[in-house]
Every structure is written in structure tokens, then in C-alpha cells.
Design a protein around this ligand. Sequence first.
Ligand code: SF4
Length: 402
Amino acid sequence: MVPFRQFLLKIHSRCNLACDYCYVYESADQSWRDRPRFMDQDTVRRAAAHIAEHARTHSLTEVHVVLHGGEPLLVGAARLEELLGVLADALDGVAALRLTLQTNGLRLVEDPALLPVLARHGVRVGVSLDGTAATHDRHRRRPDGRGSHADVARALRLLTDGPYRALYAGVLCTIDLTADPVETYEALLEFSPPRLDLLLPHATWHTPPPGLPGRTTPPSRVPGAGPVEPVPYARWLCAVFDRWYEAPRRETGIRLFEEIVVLLLGGAARSEAVGLAPVDLVVVETDGTIEQADSLKVAYDGAPATGLDVFRHTFTDAARHEAFRARQRGRAGLAPVCAACPRAAVCGGGLYAHRYHPGAAPTPFAAPSVYCADLAVLVDHMADRLRQDVPRLRTAAQPVPR
Ligand code: SF4
């Protein structure tokens, strides 16, 4: 059993945007409809007490709590202050508490009371932004159809230009194939993100990725051993990788690339998106139910469910649950095609949710990622770049003979 180190609390289940690709509201799982709008203080207290107990039981020196939604800042400043106080009290003297919050940014502009609360509790803030105004507003719209880019840009300026700079964790961008990759990257750089997350749109073999409606049948052979298929997501990511890698100075960190580089060099990554590290993230919904990662909502209705909740179960109970154990088996948990793939240690079969195919056996997640062909090309491309550069680096690092 692998203990959890990341606890994602859904503190508000509704949103003030209506993004067309949202996996919470627009995918197969519709459980949000029956959930309370926000996590009440009793549920927060139960979750916080269980996090502390989990840290004690498993001798964790640090836990990472992610405040999420919906839009988490819809809870308002007073409720936010209260729940952060509950978390701080529960973890005091038990483990270091690392706090982050993922937001669409709009409430930061609308409510000036929020940033001081986040600053008092040291909550680092990630903001969702999809690139240029045109790309962002194509997807991330308000319920009345208006785009949100202008207000998100204002929120980012509050984080980057004022006294709250230390709170700024970075930007999360969902890839849109119709947008130019380098233009997208450079539009994100305008907000000087310390860290950038580039996300493949959530998709499965049952609900294929945007732009690839025919990608419905998992490969029976390792990529490269069969016919060549279009890999637009790899082309997009390779273009950004080259632009990022060749920059004369470090412009930002891009989590996906950094993790692949670490894995290619034989290190261990912490990401769910690549590599074979066991999952260590658990979700608590507004009603206290304990679930797996939100990305599974794209698979089928109820896919993230475990049947557990913070009123009757501990996080150790959850870590022992078969749903989590299935995602902690490393190479043994991969589809046969992935297990035979030379990129397996780096790619790791891709994000668990993206492997879903209703006909896969012995479980519907026993298929390679729906992005298999793209991941193969991206990993090979990055490996080629490193293969050229690492020997040069090693030569340059030789001690100068005296
Ligand atoms: S998903 Fe990744 S590990 Fe699996 S076959 Fe494709 S490239 Fe290889």
C-alpha cells in the first residue's frame, strides 16, 4: 500500500465559467449534480483530521492539499479563511502543510478580500489560461457566452505585479490543436509563469481526442512497428518543446517536459501523466465522498467513485482500495502492448483515464493511452535531443587537466 501525499479537496462544486471541454460538467460522470455546492465546515474538519491521522500513521513529514472545484474561490473569503484555519490547526505539529489552489482567476478580480486570505495562509495559486485571447475565449466562456480572457489577464496581473507575487504557482493550459503551438506558448510567457502545465484534452478510446474522431481502436503493436498514423498532439508538443529547449535562458518550467527529461535520464517523476510512479493523490468531494482523480470522469458515469467517505473511512482505508492499488502496480499494471514498449519507463502508458476502452480486459483501463502514438513520437523526439546533448555536456564537464 502506498500512502497518499496529495489531498485534493473539492471545496466548491459549481463554476462561474462554462468551458466547453470541462471534465466536471461536460463528461460522462455527472455526479456534481447531486452534490452540495460547497464543502461545509464539518466535512472540512473530518477531512483535515483524517489527513493529519494519515500523516501520523505513515510518518509523512509533508502533505500537499490542493483546493479545487468547480471554482474553489466561489466559497468566498470568510469561508476560505475558516477552512484554511481548520487545515492549519489539524496539521500543526504533525506535518508541513503545502497548500495550492487551482482557479480560473475571475473571483480574484471580483473580490479583493480573497488574495489577503490566501497570502495569510501561504496558499500558492495556479491559474487556468489557454494561450492567446482568441484561443482562450474559444473554450473558456461565461455561461452567457462571453469570453473570460480579459478578466483572467487582470487576475494574473494581480498575482504577478503586486505584493502577491510569491503566491503565483503558474499557469495551466489545455492544448487546442487549432492554435499555433509556439504562439500559444509565447502568449502564456507574457504572464511570466514560474511553472507551466500543458494538458492533453481528456479523452479515451470511447470519446476520442478533439481532432482525432477516428482514434477508437487501441494499437495491438508497439508504436513504430505498424503503419504510421497522424500524431498532431505530438507535433504540437514537439514544437513547444523545441522552442522551450532552445531558449537562450530559462523562461519557465514546463512540467510535462521536465518530467520526461528526468525519466529519460533515469530519474523518478512524480507526475500522473507520465512514468510509472504509484498514484498518491486522493480526492474529497464537497459531500465528503472519497474519490479517485477527476480525470476519470471522462471514462464513464461513476468512474472515480470508491464508495468511501470521510465520515466512515480513513485515507488508509482508501489507499487499500482496489481502485487505488490498481494504479500503484507500475509496469505490472500496464497493458501488454505498453509492457513490451521500449518507452514504457518514460511514458508509463500515459494518464490512467486516457487508457479507457470499454472492451479492454481484464479491466477497461488495460489499454495503452488514446495518445499512445503521440506520446511515442514526443518521447522519441525528446530522447533524440538529449542523446545529442548529454555526451556534449559530459565532455564539457570533464575536469580541466593541470
Ligand atoms: S502508451 Fe506509451 S508505453 Fe504504451 S505503447 Fe504507447 S508509447 Fe508505449
